[in-house]
Design a protein around this ligand. Structure first.
Ligand SMILES: [Zn+2]
Ligand SMILES: [Zn+2]
Length: 62
């Protein structure tokens, strides 16, 4: 129940536009197909200060 502590709005949506929450890395919409990301995409996500990749759930910031 870790996600209950997460304030990210994606958890409150039944139709979240992303598979993973960028804050905690939990799956918020498992209907979205798991995507393979490139390092470049992860670099962009890191710039946006996402802790986790919304496409593959990888932890970006430790
Ligand atoms: Zn979350
Ligand atoms: Zn990714």
């Amino acid at each position: 129940m870790r996600w209950r502590l997460c304030q990210n709005m994606n958890h409150r949506r039944s139709d979240a536009p992303v598979r993973y929450c960028p804050s905690c890395g939990e799956v918020v919409n498992e209907n979205i197909i798991l995507k393979k990301c490139s390092d470049a995409e992860h670099a962009v996500s890191r710039k946006d200060r996402y802790k986790h990749c919304v496409h593959c759930g990888l932890q970006l910031i430790k």
